[in-house]
Design a protein around this ligand. Structure first.
Ligand SMILES: N[C@@H](CCC(=O)N[C@@H](CS)C(=O)NCC(=O)O)C(=O)O
Length: 204
């Protein structure tokens, strides 16, 4: 049966495809239009909530992008995944932090700077979201300054997850330049061949 990754272009699928390409995973990318996801029988057979990304690994069905990435990294990812329980804990800390402290505000920036129709965009919302991100980004800046990457001093699944979300901020026009080490780390990670390959396939 193999590995099937269900996804739609220009969605959270990006972070799972990026990781799959970093791993060099042998998988089938099953493309489903985001508008059809909730009703698509093949996707609903894997994820009862009809969301992308979703994964079918030989009959094991997983959803939620961070959970998928942690599973792939741990099972197939070598150094991209945890080397021991302590690293597994740290990767979880970063994933939950990314999902709760960064992603909601980053989505506001992306929506108001890029996704929404011009007349519906609200720069004030971008400003408020960037203000909300100030404290998390200050802490991130200190960490990256010291360690270069999120976990273990090397590129891991945690970097894939967080950079994919921070790229929403950049696409939406949020200014990350004041966070110099963070901006350099995003550029370093985001220009890896696997990331560029997936971006290109999504028409960016
Ligand atoms: N928290 C989920 C969010 C999944 C999600 O909302 N996916 C969107 C695309 S980014 C989707 O499936 N949209 C289609 C729909 O909701 O019908 C994750 O990280 O995977």
């Amino acid at each position: 049966m193999g590995i099937r990754l269900f996804g739609a272009p220009r969605t959270r699928t990006y972070r799972c495809l990026w990781l799959a390409e970093e791993i060099g995973l042998d998988y089938e990318a099953v493309s489903i239009a985001a508008e059809e996801a909730a009703q698509h029988p093949n996707l609903l057979a894997v994820n009862p909530f009809g969301k992308v990304p979703s994964l079918d690994d030989d009959g094991l069905h997983l959803w939620e992008s961070y959970a998928i990435n942690h599973y792939l990294a741990r099972k197939y990812g070598g150094d991209l995944g945890p080397q021991d329980l302590a690293e597994e804990g740290k990767l979880s800390s970063w994933a939950f932090w990314t999902a709760t402290a960064i992603e909601p505000a980053a989505l506001i920036v992306l929506t108001n700077g890029f996704l929404a129709e011009e007349e519906e965009r609200d720069p004030e919302r971008i400003a408020l979201a960037m203000a909300e991100l100030y404290r998390p980004l200050e802490g991130l800046e200190t960490h990256i300054d010291h360690y270069g990457y999120l976990v273990g001093g090397r590129f891991t699944v945690a970097d894939v997850n967080l950079v994919s979300v921070l790229s929403w901020v950049m696409i939406g026009g949020g200014d990350l330049a004041p966070y110099r080490s963070t901006a350099a780390w995003i550029a370093r990670c985001g220009s890896r061949p696997a990331a560029l390959k997936v971006l290109q396939s999504m028409g960016f």
